[in-house]
Design a protein around this ligand. Structure first.
Ligand code: HEC
Length: 130
């Protein structure tokens, strides 16, 4: 009988743990046409990108002084990782020559970068103006 209770407790704990994890489940990055985009204002992100980031990452995100922020090599690094890991990286290290942006700005940039990959038709001018 005692053993049984411990077993039940174990299950309850597992359930509690899983649902707690689900409640605060981090948004993961998923690249591909039509896939979901993490929360953020992609259009604000696009404005910032074309004001600052393009200088090193190029206006079509294909990379210049900095690595590409689109395409297979970028997806390979970030696929399945947390969206806030990408926004933290941006917030803490970009723009490379003058880092330090708000959490909100970094989130909008992530929304833009993922929209560029997943729903480019929804961006101003479409992907690369095409
Ligand atoms: C002065 C050049 C420069 C500017 C401007 C710049 N970056 Fe970068 N970026 C780099 C370099 C170089 C790297 C490579 C990593 C490193 O050296 O820190 C990089 C890396 C990155 C990465 C990681 C890419 C990967 O492969 O994981 C992201 C994301 C990124 N930049 C986003 C941005 C965003 C968003 C902006 C605009 C706010 C921006 N960068 C502006 C130079 C720049």
């Amino acid at each position: 009988m005692k053993k049984r209770w411990r077993f039940a407790g174990c299950i309850a704990l597992t359930i509690a743990w899983t649902s707690a994890a689900a409640a605060q489940s981090p948004v993961t990055l998923d690249f591909g046409p039509g896939k979901p985009v993490p929360p953020g204002d992609a259009s604000m992100g696009q404005n910032m990108f074309t004001a600052i980031c393009w200088a090193c990452h190029s206006s079509d995100l294909s990379g210049y002084k900095g690595p590409p922020l689109t395409g297979p090599s970028f997806y390979k690094i970030w696929q399945g990782r947390r969206a806030d890991a990408l926004s933290d990286l941006i917030r803490n290290t970009m723009p490379k020559d003058d880092p330090g942006m708000s959490e909100r700005a970094a989130r909008d940039l992530v929304a833009f970068i993922v929209t560029y990959a997943n729903r480019p038709e929804s961006l101003k001018g479409g992907q690369n103006g095409k």
